[in-house]
Design a protein around this ligand. Structure first.
Ligand code: SF4
Length: 361
């Protein structure tokens, strides 16, 4: 594995055009030729959130006409049953953070018979395992150790974007109204997940006002966590997209070259982790990222839209397959947990039983 200092990572990220090609070749030699994806269903359990990130169009205030205060159990199960018919294997439970700090959400939880969003999530994941062939992957925001421990029982993997490790961004339009985006809190959650051996997805959001040095620092922060706990299964390198009406509406999105450098450097630093670039945010350029070292397309849903980026529909699976194979890569479905984590060390008995029943062990 390549050991790089922060300055060296920064130099790579500042490389000029000619150096990018050799960077791409180097990143590609450290990966095999399989490119994976997970056939999933997206379950936006609530879009109420205590944070107000400058780039978000998912969050709603409880009084908004189009707020999802809480997806009810019946609605969740109906969606899961439909996903089962489509042979999806991942139930992606997505949230705003700390939604149960709002009385409207607490009331809806009370109607369902729960006192906290975490207890409700545990119940929904448990129902998923009992009644469908899907495996839960939850993204409920920053969590305490006891909540992570509880959710590990019923999740194949979990996720939390680091976004960036810069404290400076807490004073900018990106994160100034988002206490949950404080880097030390997010690092703590990822660290606790590591101690609990939870297969974990994290990633960086590129282009929200961070400097190249802060990108380098963030990558090395994740490397440190991975060296210590070995539980990071994939890193998402997500490009910021300006959208009308958001506080960062006028922010310029990262260039293709900047993104290629990020992907290539991430693969160089993490030959032991999958690198994911969301294909729906990069329809025109997605093949470039495979050449730069990306080896996973993430969750692709045949039945639900990307609620976090609703303007960007997922590509058809057949289309994604052709684009992948055209470059000589193999296109392969994976579960929400990567093969090297399928063991008693990382997964609960319930999850292992489900994987076993799918014939994937
Ligand atoms: S934490 Fe997530 S849902 Fe909440 S405002 Fe930020 S990006 Fe949006």
């Amino acid at each position: 594995m390549l050991e790089l200092s922060e300055n060296e990572v920064e130099d790579y990220l500042n490389a000029d055009y000619r150096d990018i090609l050799s960077l791409m070749v180097e990143a590609n030699t450290s990966k095999d030729t399989t490119v994976t994806y997970s056939k999933n269903v997206f379950l936006p359990i609530t879009n109420i959130c205590r944070n107000e990130c400058g780039y978000c169009i998912y969050r709603r205030n409880p009084e908004s006409f189009d707020a999802t205060i809480l997806m009810r159990t019946g609605e969740v199960l109906n969606t899961l049953f439909k996903a089962d018919e489509y042979a999806c294997h991942e139930a992606l439970f997505t949230f705003g953070e700390g939604a149960d700090e709002f009385p409207e959400v607490r009331h809806a939880l009370d109607v369902e018979g729960f006192t906290s969003i975490i207890d409700y999530l545990y119940f929904l994941c448990s129902e998923t395992l009992d009644k469908t062939n899907l495996l839960p992957h939850s993204n409920p925001g920053i969590l305490k150790r006891k909540d992570l421990k509880l959710l590990k029982e019923v999740n194949a993997s979990m996720g939390l974007m680091l976004e960036n490790s810069s404290n400076r961004l807490m004073e900018t339009i990106a994160h100034s109204k988002s206490p949950g985006k404080e880097p030390k809190l997010r690092i703590k959650t990822i660290e606790e997940a590591g101690k609990l051996k939870i297969p974990f997805t994290t990633g960086l959001l590129i282009g929200i006002g961070e400097t190249v040095a802060e990108r380098a620092e963030s990558l090395l922060q994740i490397r440190k966590l991975q060296d210590q706990y070995g539980h990071i299964q994939e890193i998402i390198i997500q490009n910021f997209k300006p959208k009308p009406g958001i506080p960062l509406e006028n922010q310029i999105e990262p260039s293709l070259v900047e993104m290629i450098k990020m992907v290539a450097v991430t693969k160089l630093l993490f030959p032991d982790v999958s690198i994911q670039v969301p294909p729906n945010l990069n329809i025109q350029n997605m093949q470039m990222f495979l050449l730069a070292g990306a080896d996973d397309w993430g969750g692709v849903s045949p039945l639900s839209r990307d609620y976090v980026n609703p303007e960007a529909p997922w590509p058809e699976l057949n289309n994604l397959k052709s684009l992948t194979e055209e470059l000589g890569f193999q296109f392969q479905e994976r579960l929400p947990v990567y093969p090297k984590f399928i063991s008693e060390e990382f997964l609960s008995e319930r999850i292992l039983d489900r994987i076993n029943s799918l014939g994937k062990i």
